[in-house]
Structure formats: C-alpha cells, structure tokens
Design a protein around this ligand. Structure first.
Ligand code: NCD
Length: 316
C-alpha cells in the first residue's frame, strides 16, 4: 500500500481512510467543520492556496465529487483544471502516468483522481515528484476517502457522537467504494453497531466488513438504527445477468416511509447520490424531514477544502 504520510507524519496523499488513525480522521473532520456555512451565507474564501494548481483527472462520471473538488480548490485561491480523460485513450495506467508527467511539468501540484481500475491513484502517487500530492476521488469499488469523511461529518453534525450509534448501510455493498470508506471511517471513529444489509449477491466477501453485522433482510438492519445509508446498485460494475429487476429490488430493499419507521424516530437518512428514486429509495423519503442527503453534498466541499489545505500545508 502506498505511504500516505510524509516522514514528519503530515498527510501527503489521501488514497484511503483505512490506514489513518482516529485522531487523524478527527482532525480532518474538525478542519472540515470550520469550512461549513449554512446555505444562503457566502462560502468561506481565502488565498491560502494561492499559486497552487489542482488538476481533476476523472475517468469515470462524476457530478458532486468533481464540482466540489473544483470549488474547494478555487475557494482556497488555487487554480483548478479539469481534464476529460477518455477511458479508451488509456492503457492500464501507463498513459495515465504520461498525462500526469505532462501536467506536473505545467506546475500542477495536486492530482485528484477517479478511476475504475484498482491501484491507479496509488500508482500515480508513487511516481509523482516529492512536492506533489494525490487525492483519490474514487478508486474502483475499493475506496472513496473524501466521501467517507463527508459521511462521518454529516453523522456527527446531527448526532454529536459516534459511540453508541447504530448505523445501517444498505444496498449494493459488494460493489460500493462508498460503503468501504464509510466502514473505515465509522469503525475507526468508534461506531460499535455497524450493520450491512444486502441481498446475497450484493454482499461482500467474508474477509471484508468483519466488524459489521450482516443482514439479508432490510427490516432487521433498520430496526433501532440511528443512521440509514442507502446505496445505488453499481450497474457499471456488474454483468447484465447479475442485475436485479428494479421493481423486485424496490419491493424487497427500497427504503419507504413505512420501513423507515422501524428505525429510531430521529434516524437520519443518507445517500451518496446519484440516487435512483423508486429503486433503492422512495422519493418522499429522499426529500423527507429525516433526509440529510443535501447536507452530505454541502459537506463535501468543506471536506475537500480541509483535505486540500491539509496536504498542501496551508493555514486556511
Ligand atoms: C458515488 C461514487 O462515485 O462512488 N458517488 C459519489 O461520489 N457521491 C456513488 C455512486 O456512484 O453510487
């Protein structure tokens, strides 16, 4: 695994939350919270990253992650560039590295990388110059560290604690990098009752999520939960034969208001988006009073500002 820390212990790359300590995660969350503003107020701005250049290299579709990394960089005074990397023009990392070397020559000092192939952010991190940082914006089904941080921040804002919470992550856990990074964050932060719920075909292998209870029925996962995180079926990571029918899936696994009533009355509903309304979540739940889905998006910019400031050593 690529080393994420500099010899002095500071964060240089962010590729996974798996190897961060609880206090490193807490520090990032505190820093993130300092960048959160209520909607309607202007977002914080500074020149902390003036002269720095952040490049977004995304080979998979993205709306929120890409825009929020771009806004985060700009709000801290950095220059942000977006490169449309076509999957077809790239052969197994090699040409990605050439792209990276080119951008590095143009004074890019932070790469934000999303890629469908495992190992790409780590590969880039091992090849860039010592002053350059790499941030994963989603690596295959394996990790999505800034999403894990924004999910943890969203829970903390509403619950003011992690200890004693029951958190249910529901849906296509097997193919979800969001579930893996949420699991890394929540277990490191001391959530003791972590539940994963999925139909058998979408359950991860036994070696993963070992500290989570496994539920093959939605009801048992929801009962008494403080937090319910719903996930999309990652169709792009499955063969057509493995795909469940939409109606059948909604009937067994869709989060409806009736089912949400099994959770605690003050339970919050999360979803990383993109959402498939009427498949994994009913529209009235997604837009309902318990939903914090839009807070998650708002928190995403704050988390990315904190991570950029952290790796670039800025006093923002
Ligand atoms: C997710 C992703 O790309 O992993 N989206 C996101 O970044 N919020 C989730 C998904 O695609 O289902």
């Amino acid at each position: 695994m690529t080393e994420q820390l500099r010899p002095d212990g500071s964060l240089r790359h962010l590729l996974t939350l798996e190897t961060l300590t609880r206090s490193q995660i807490e520090r990032l969350l505190e820093r993130s919270q300092s960048f959160v503003r209520p909607l309607g107020e202007s977002p914080p701005r500074s020149a902390a990253l003036a002269g720095r250049t952040v490049a977004n290299l995304f080979t998979e579709p993205s709306t929120r992650t890409r825009v929020s990394f771009e806004l985060a960089a700009k709000r801290l005074g950095a220059t942000a560039v977006n490169l449309e990397v076509q999957l077809s023009s790239r052969v197994k990392g090699e040409s990605m590295l050439d792209t990276v070397y080119t951008l590095q020559s143009l004074h890019v000092d932070t790469f934000v990388i999303r890629d469908a192939q495992p190992g790409v952010p780590g590969l880039v991190a091992t090849h860039v110059a010592p002053h350059v940082s790499v941030l994963s914006a989603g690596e295959a089904h394996l990790s999505h560290p800034t999403q894990g941080l924004l999910d943890a921040l969203t829970v903390y804002q509403r619950k003011q604690r992690f200890a004693g919470l029951a958190i249910a992550i529901v849906g296509d856990i097997r193919h979800s990098r969001v579930a893996r990074s949420a699991w890394h964050a929540f277990s490191r932060l001391g959530v003791s009752d972590l539940r994963i719920a999925a139909p058998a075909a979408l359950m991860p292998d036994a070696e993963e999520f070992q500290d989570c209870s496994r539920h093959t029925q939605l009801a048992s996962a929801l009962r008494g939960a403080d937090v319910v995180m719903m996930l999309r079926i990652q169709r792009e990571r499955m063969g057509a034969a493995d795909l469940p029918e939409d109606e059948e899936y909604f009937a067994a696994w869709g989060l409806t208001a009736e089912r949400l009533a099994l959770a605690r009355r003050d339970a919050i509903v999360m979803h990383p988006q993109p959402m498939n309304r009427g498949i994994e979540i009913a529209s009235d739940v997604a837009d309902g009073p318990q939903s914090v889905i839009r807070d998650q998006v708002r928190n995403g910019v704050a988390v990315r500002m904190a991570v950029l400031a952290e790796v670039l050593g800025a006093h923002a």
